[in-house]
Design a binder for this molecule. Structure first.
Ligand code: ATP
Ligand code: MG
Length: 390
């Protein structure tokens, strides 16, 4: 039996004139993700549905469903079986395709849609015929038109008839690439991958910037961050991943700046470099995994001080979330297990014993003024390593 995926695009439906551009981006994204991990598919737009059809019979359809479930811009989708435009075939396919599902529930109803008005049966007639056939063959089943466990949908279209059960919830959001590009500051923690996922969901492509401090931080710690970026890329598509060597700057901070300001000065220098790399890669904003009050560097005052060095907007999608809410998303996107692996981060290597929670910009600028950072910043930028991760 031939199966296809019927994709319903979510917020896209609201976008009026832009809709077809958005749809084109969505199709391109699905195509790329599927070719990357499953194989070739054909995409046909038809009203508010995109029909996704495997080009060869032995493609891994389960895997294709998993891939599609992670593509942003899809409100919901259905796995559907194809039937001939013939009542007997429709009845048989409905029973064989959905029989197992229907046997495991109590109630159902049939919903028929007919875009081909030449089909000899009306929608109510089709519902009655298919419903009666299913009831005859599955004695435990009852009809419930108000709140059925499964809605069996029969869609009679131009060339084929599609038969499917309940719709599966899609990843939602907007197609990645429909809203531009941002630079995610990514660490090995729980928060930043979630922040990246959230912004990709709003249609943004990602560049990920990581600061490493070898030999204080290990190659394995860097690989863990790369793994996290790769997990996010299952949703966001290809991520441009940049690793900055931050050692010289961190050692200089440790030597030349007051200990209580280590973290905040480090974060400001990270932001400065990130803005430069972001602009090079066409990013319109920075994204961090900061959440208000979570640690000393994330108080209102500290955030104001780090913000002050950025010349582009800084998005902090987790700012109002509790840790357990962030963890729920982290688990959902499959990042949590990797995030909690115990590797060192450059932030934690140089943590002061008593960080200042209420630093003033004046104090910080004075402390930073003792060092000429520009050359070090240029060196770090020049030596940054890039890799495309997907
Ligand atoms: P996370 O769980 O994302 O590591 P966190 O709660 O540990 O966050 P911090 O370590 O204070 O918080 O970092 C706050 C944010 O700063 C991170 O979410 C990330 O966006 C950025 N950041 C921290 N360390 C790095 C790093 N080594 N490279 C790039 N960005 C970093
Ligand atoms: Mg961290």
């Amino acid at each position: 039996m031939k199966e296809v995926i019927l994709v319903k695009n979510g917020e896209l439906a609201l976008k009026g004139l832009n809709r077809s551009t958005f749809e084109d981006i969505l199709v391109k994204n699905m195509k790329r993700r599927l070719i990357h991990s499953v194989g070739k598919f054909t995409f046909t737009k038809s009203q508010s549905t995109i029909i996704v059809e495997p080009n060869e019979e032995d493609l891994d359809f389960e895997k294709a469903v998993e891939v599609i479930s992670k593509v942003f811009g899809i409100a919901g989708f259905s796995r559907a079986a194809l039937a001939e435009k013939d009542l007997e075939d429709i009845k048989n396919v409905a029973l064989s395709y959905l029989g197992d599902d229907l046997r495991s529930v109590k109630t159902f109803k049939v919903n028929a849609k007919r875009s081909d008005k030449k089909f000899p049966l009306t929608s109510p007639e089709l519902c009655r015929e298919v419903g009666a056939h299913l009831l005859r063959n599955i004695p435990s089943l009852k009809v419930d038109v108000h709140n059925p466990d499964i809605i069996v949908t029969v869609e009679v279209r131009d060339k084929h008839v599609f038969i499917h059960g309940n719709q599966i919830k899609g990843a939602g959001g907007m197609p990645v690439g429909s809203a531009g590009r941002v630079a995610l500051l990514v660490s090995g923690g729980i928060d930043s991958p979630v922040a990246g996922w959230m912004m990709a969901k709003r249609g943004l492509q990602l560049t990920a910037i990581h600061f490493a401090a070898p030999p204080y931080t290990s190659k394995r710690a860097e690989m863990k961050v790369r793994d996290l970026v790769s997990i996010v890329s299952k949703y966001s598509g290809r991520v441009n991943f940049a690793v900055v060597n931050f050692t010289e700057i961190q050692e200089t901070i440790r030597e030349k700046c007051p200990e209580e300001l280590f973290t905040i000065i480090m974060r400001r220098l990270m932001m400065k470099i990130a803005v430069r790399l972001a602009e090079r890669d066409g990013c319109g904003a920075l994204v961090t995994g900061e959440s208000l009050g979570q640690v000393a560097s994330q108080t209102l005052g500290a955030l104001a001080c780090t913000n002050a060095v950025s010349t582009i907007p800084v998005f902090r999608p987790l700012i109002g979330m509790d840790k357990d809410e962030i963890i729920t998303i982290s688990r959902k996107i499959g990042a949590f297990e990797t995030s909690v692996l115990p590797y060192e981060d450059c932030c934690t290597v140089f943590t002061p014993k008593h960080p200042r929670t209420r630093p003033t910009l004046e104090l910080i600028e004075k402390a930073e003024g003792a060092v000429d950072w520009d050359e070090m910043i240029e060196r770090a930028i020049a030596e940054t390593k890039y890799e495309a991760v997907d």
